[in-house]
Structures are given as C-alpha cells and as structure tokens.
Ligand binder design. Structure first.
Ligand code: NAD
Length: 489
C-alpha cells in the first residue's frame, strides 16, 4: 500500500495497565462487505501477554477488595457510556464483522450494554450457604472469593456481545482480566477500552491483547499466572486449549459449536413457526452458535412447510450491511464463505436438492460490494442424516429440511450428532413439548419460540458443545473460588 493508503487505515493498539500500547507487528483486518483491508490489528505474542498479565496481577489486590456495590456502580457507568455511543459502536461492528447495521443496532450493542447492567445488578444478590451441626457445636458456611487473573477468549460472530458477557461477570466478581478478542473482529473491544477510565475502571483491571489464537491466545492459555480461562469458539480450538492448559490444571469454561435441530410436529402453528425458523436459520448470516441448521418436519405437513418456508426465506434480502432494509450481510471472511459454499456443493453432489439460494438464485450486489463475502440464504432438502451437511457445523446461511414420521424417531435423529447446544420444538401439544424437551440432548430447548433468553438461567451446551454454563449464578460460581469454613463454638 502507498503511504496515503496506509495512513487511512485504522490502527489498533493493545490496552495494558490502562494505557494504549503499540505493537511491533500487525495483522490486516478486512471489511467483509467490500473485501478491502481497512484496519491493522496488533499481532501480539508472549511478550504482550506477559505485560498484560502482570498489569492484571498488580491491579488485583485493590480491585478484589472493593465492595460488590462499588464494582457494580463502575459497571453501570460503563454500560451508560457504551449506550451513549451505541450508534458508533453499531457502525463499527457492522463494518468489522459484515453483519447488518440493523442487527448490530438492535442485538449486538444493546446486549453488550445489558451484559454490564445485568451483572452490575446480579452481583448484589448472591448469598452463600450455611449449615448448622448443633450436636457437634459447629456451624459451617461457605465464602466466595475472586480467583485472580481471568483469561477471556472470544469469537468473531458476536464480537462485543460475547466479550462483554465474559468481562462483566469476571470483573463484577472482583477478578482482573486479560481478554483476547478474535483477530478478525477487534475494533469494538478497542473502542470500549477508550471508555474504561471514564467509567472508573482502574488501570490493569481490564487488559486487552489483540492478535491471533495461535500466538496471543495460546500465550494466554499457557500463562502460569492465569488460573482460569473462559472460552467461546469452536470445538476444535477448545480441544487445543484443554490440552495446553492441562499441565496447569486450569479452570475452563467452554462455549462451543452446535448443530441445532428444529423439530416441527404436524400440530405446530406454522404462521408462527415459519418466520421464526427462517430467522433462527439465517439471522446474522447463520453465524450464531444457536442458529438452526437441521429442520425435521412431520411428514403430513412436509410439502406445505417446504413451500412456505422457501417463500419466506426468499423474502430475506442480501446486500450492503449498512442499508437498514437488508436482512443478510456479508460472511466473516473469504475463507469462511468458501467453506460454507463447499457444504452446498457437497450436498448437491450427494443428490440433495437446493431449493433456493446458492447456485440457484441470482445474487445482485451494489457496485461497492462486488468483492464482499456474500451468499444468499440457502435451503437444502432430501439430504441424508449421515451427510456432512447434517453432521457438521456450517455456521453460515444454510439450513437443511428433512421429513420424519414419529416422535420416537425424531428424538433419536435430532440427538444423532456430536453437538448438543440448542434445540427448538414446535407443537401445540403441551404434553409432547415437555416429553420431547426432556429427551433432547441439548443445553437449551426452546419450544414454540427461539432465542428468548433470561440471563439469570444457565446457558451452555452438552456433548461437543461445551463444558460449564454461564448465567447469573453459573458465572458467579465460575469466576469465584468457594471455601467451606467450620466454626466450633
Ligand atoms: P475459533 O475457535 O476459531 O476462535 C475463537 C477464539 O479463539 C478466537 O479469539 C481465536 O483467535 C482464539 N483461538 C484460536 N486458536 C486458539 C488457540 N490455539 N489458543 C487460544 N485461543 C485460540 O472460533 P471462531 O471461528 O472465532 O468462532 C466460531 C465458533 O464459535 C463456532 O463454532 C461457533 O459455534 C462458536 N460459538 C459458540 C458460542 C456459544 O456460546 N456456545 C457462541 C458463539 C460462537
């Protein structure tokens, strides 16, 4: 690039001990909707992680001894500051990630604000346990203390949303943190660093080190002074993190991928079910761990469902993410787009039918977006359960629709994958809804709705979808160490 060109690039810096620190090397970051490099992200490694962990360790004694109320006020202030800049954050998230401006404005940034407010409030309401033993003249009680420096690693699909879902509970509990966002979506985390001082977050309490997983991420996972790692990302990376952290016996929370089924019985209210299932398949370009990617429809309504579902999917407009009327933005990267497209090709080669989208319908893009990573919402039918499209996480705007006959059969088929994150059940029969929900191997089951969340309740996956849960009580337990104390009187 020419000097003039490189000057126009946004250059991020690490945030360590309350200061922005430049890095010796940088990674290019692309705008997925244009295919242009527009930002440089620090390519941090051991040295930067070392400095950040040291800053976090130094800040721990003072921060951990503050009262929950003091910490709560600081979290609320930070929430207010992000909310004040909501539009700027939403614009940045959309540009960096490729998601639509509408999604960033209504989901990502409001949820990041809410994460801070939620944990600012919930931290005030925990009580610990107590058990009496009168015959022994003893009383036992538990106390909970922050663990120390928390290592937080987050993915690219919901950048600020998922990062703050970890930072908020970690610091509310009195830990200090070193966080590493995805190298592909680092901008909003960097913007948030600019607000920390004004919110009253002391230097060193939140440190952000930017860079790749292999370099910066692994340095954090391997650091002996980071006793706890909260990770959201792919199952493959989680395996690597588990291996690398094993010598240190680290506490791990792992929120991983999914292959989420929707089960639609013949008594379902299709007027509700169809638009919701289109949304659960294609929201955020299908790049949400909770997105539906296997739709099981009872045979009696299968053809009607398919016809109406495809018609509804075709209403979703793909294009420039900054256009507020667009429903589907750009995928995160060229490589990811290629990977998602390949799944559609494989399905076709296996004899499945592509009912709409990729390779079937024309994709018309505005002139500025011709080199962006776009793909139409794609519906695949007549695909076999053992096909990779029905077994592997695609993480794009692709969903498979298949028919089933009985309740027993569909439960077995829905459970027949390695993942177990989220499932959706559609039926007007309340008995059946409960029966099926209990038998699904899934950390979350939504019936007759999707993505309705109360942050108080546990969130997380079974099987290859994760270990541990996050939520008001669950995150509190993860980010604190419990001690049982016995007093004899
Ligand atoms: P990823 O595993 O490639 O990367 C996630 C993060 O881990 C990134 O910050 C990355 O830099 C880092 N990383 C990569 N290798 C590492 C290593 N060896 N050591 C330490 N850190 C490393 O995942 P992704 O592609 O960014 O995100 C998509 C995945 O995340 C999908 O599988 C999706 O289902 C999953 N996800 C799960 C949830 C959930 O709550 N269960 C939520 C969102 C996304």
């Amino acid at each position: 690039p020419t000097m003039a060109h490189s000057k126009a690039l946004l250059v991020l810096e690490n945030f360590i001990g309350g200061k922005f620190v430049p890095c010796s090397s940088y990674i290019d970051s692309y705008n997925p909707s244009t295919g242009d490099v527009y930002c440089r992200v620090p390519d941090s490694g051991k040295e930067e992680v070392e400095a950040a962990v040291k800053a976090a360790k130094d800040a721990f004694p003072v921060w951990s001894s503050k009262s929950p109320f003091e910490r709560s006020q600081i979290l609320n202030k930070l929430a207010d500051l992000i909310e004040h800049d909501l539009e700027a954050f939403a614009q940045a998230e959309s540009k960096d990630q490729g998601k639509t401006i509408t999604f960033a404005r209504t989901v990502d940034i409001p949820r990041a604000v809410h994460n801070f407010r939620f944990f600012a409030s919930s931290i005030l309401h925990h009580v610990t346990e107590c058990a009496e033993m009168p015959a022994m003249g003893c009383v036992h009680y538990t106390s909970r203390a922050p663990v120390g420096v928390a290592g937080l690693i987050s993915p690219w699909n919901l950048p600020l949303y998922l990062l703050t879902w970890k930072i908020a509970p970690a610091i509310a509990c009195g830990n200090t943190v070193v966080a590493k966002p995805s190298e592909m979506t680092s901008v909003t985390a960097w913007m948030m660093c600019k607000l920390l001082e004004k919110a009253g977050v002391p230097p060193g309490v939140v440190n952000i080190v930017f860079g790749t997983g292999a370099k910066a991420g692994e340095a954090l996972v391997c650091h002996p002074d980071v006793p706890l790692i909260s990770f959201t990302g792919s199952t493959l990376t989680a395996q690597r993190i588990t291996e690398k952290s094993a010598p240190h016996c680290k506490r791990l929370s792992l929120e991983l991928g999914g292959k989420n089924p929707a089960i639609i019985f013949d008594d379902a209210d299709l007027n509700q079910c169809i638009p919701t299932t289109v949304r659960s398949s294609f929201a955020n370009q299908g790049e949400i761990c909770l997105c539906t990617s296997r739709i099981f429809v009872q045979r009696g309504i299968y053809s009607e469902f398919l016809k109406r579902f495809v018609a509804e999917a075709k209403k979703w407009k793909t294009g420039n993410p900054s256009d507020p009327t667009i429903n589907v933005g750009a995928l995160i990267s060229k490589e990811h787009l290629e990977k998602v497209r390949n799944y559609v090709k494989k399905a076709q080669a296996e004899g499945a039918r592509i009912l709409c989208g990729e390779g079937v319908d024309p994709l018309a893009l505005p002139p500025g977006n011709q080199k962006g990573y776009f793909m139409l919402p794609t519906v695949i039918a007549e695909v076999k359960d053992e096909s990779c499209c029905m077994q592997e996480e695609i993480f794009g705007p692709v969903t498979c629709v298949v028919a089933f006959d009985t309740e027993e059969e569909v439960i077995e088929r829905a459970n027949g994958v390695k993942y177990g994150l989220a499932a959706t059940v559609w039926s007007g029969n309340v008995g059946r809804v409960h029966r099926v929900a209990h038998r699904l191997q899934s950390g979350l089951v939504w019936t007759n709705c999707w993505l309705v969340r109360d942050l108080n309740l546990p969130f997380g996956g079974m099987k290859a979808s994760g270990i541990g849960r996050e939520g008001a009580k669950d995150s509190y337990e993860f980010f604190t160490e419990v001690k049982t104390i016995t007093i004899k009187h």
